[in-house]
Design a protein around this ligand. Structure first.
Ligand code: GAL
Length: 352
């Protein structure tokens, strides 16, 4: 085995899980083949000191025992599908209801719980693949997915390619939790966030979008100028109350399918800033409201809001929302998406 590849334990059926290490002289990232998850991401702080900004666990058993989608690749459909089902080409497809009456993050055995195959590994990139058989978790078509993680200068790039032999809804994401003061540093509420979007998709019960695109203007959802994550998060605003904090999809400004920066975050403690880039139409800013004291790497306790996610995606519940940009991958067509997380340092939040 190469040095940047080691065993990370075995599944109950004996399947080997591996850990892969990518490095490019600036960033270092550890991935595991269980869930294709990012297990650590080491970036330099303002003094050049290495800081692990991604939450993760020490053992495969810890990964298998948690339900937070820690660092994982999520699919076939990231986020929620209302009523756990959809109709496509006149056929109804019931899905697994694993979040009240709704389907969350691909169902009971989504991509996050599968062991991915290593297709290719270089010093600074890894390509993982998965075949999801026809009707797995209720979704039509045999779907082949390949995800390439690569370190390009100061950016972690996550490229996804997929092809299905039947029309199927598809919206993959990466569910990394970031804490720019270090994964074990506690709450992210004092860290800064900025989201370029002027509109978001408000939700109703069960966090299913109502179908509207609402202006952020004049609400705590307006994150267009930099502010602390905790600044307005507990205000008595119905959307925040429903979700227990920020846990919403913002619509990418002037979405044109090109790769653009959508969000930025910053820690004054370390000076570490990040930007999230995508070519997809939406981004979920989730403030880790459901983290619940999971014990992570080195015994770190991941309490409520100890990490945030910036999940690039199609809007939640698009399969039931004809007004949203379509997430249907047509039979035989190629799906491609690119997500990027760039890391740099700043002196203060005003520079974000
Ligand atoms: C997020 C989602 C949250 C919660 C979390 C997993 O992507 O927005 O509502 O389900 O995953 O704990």
């Amino acid at each position: 085995m190469e040095e940047n590849r080691r065993s990370f334990g075995r599944m109950p059926d004996g399947t080997q899980v591996e850990e892969l290490t990518l490095e490019n002289g600036r960033l270092k990232c550890k991935l595991i083949t269980y869930g294709g998850a990012v297990r650590s991401l080491i970036v330099p702080d303002r003094d050049g000191k290495a800081v692990d900004v991604a939450l993760g666990f020490d053992t495969l058993e810890d990964y298998r025992a948690q339900d937070k989608y820690m660092g994982a690749l999520v699919g076939r459909y990231a986020n929620r599908i209302g009523g756990a089902g959809f109709t496509l080409n006149g056929v109804e497809y019931p899905l697994c209801a694993n979040d009240g009456p709704n389907s969350l993050h691909g169902g009971a055995m989504g991509f996050d719980k599968r062991v991915w195959t290593v297709e290719e590994l270089t010093g600074d990139s890894a390509t993982l693949s998965l075949v999801s058989p026809d009707m797995q978790e209720g979704y039509p078509g045999t779907l082949t997915v390949r995800v390439t993680y690569s370190l390009a200068q100061d950016m972690l790039k996550i490229g996804c390619w997929a092809k299905s032999d039947k029309d199927t809804p598809f919206s993959p994401t990466n569910h990394s939790y970031f804490n720019l003061s270090g994964h074990d540093s506690g709450s992210v509420e004092g860290q800064y966030i900025k989201l370029r979007s002027a509109r978001y998709t408000p939700v109703g019960a069960g966090l299913i979008p109502t179908g509207e695109l609402a202006p952020v203007e004049g609400t705590p959802m307006d994150l267009r100028s930099v502010q602390r994550i905790g600044e307005h998060i507990d205000e008595p605003f119905d959307q925040l109350a429903l979700a227990g904090g920020y846990d919403h999809n913002w619509a990418i400004e002037d979405w044109d399918g090109q790769f653009h920066a959508a969000a930025m975050a910053y820690s004054q403690d370390t000076g570490i800033a990040m930007s999230a880039h995508t070519d997809l139409p939406g981004i979920q800013f989730y403030a880790g409201n459901f983290l619940n004291g999971e014990v992570g790497k080195g015994g770190a306790v991941y309490a409520k809001r100890c990490g945030f996610c910036l999940e690039t995606q199609f809007y939640p519940d698009t399969p039931n929302k004809p007004g949203f940009p379509s997430c249907v991958l047509r039979a035989g067509e190629e799906f491609r998406s690119l997500t990027g997380y760039r890391f740099f340092t700043l002196d203060n939040a005003g520079q974000l």
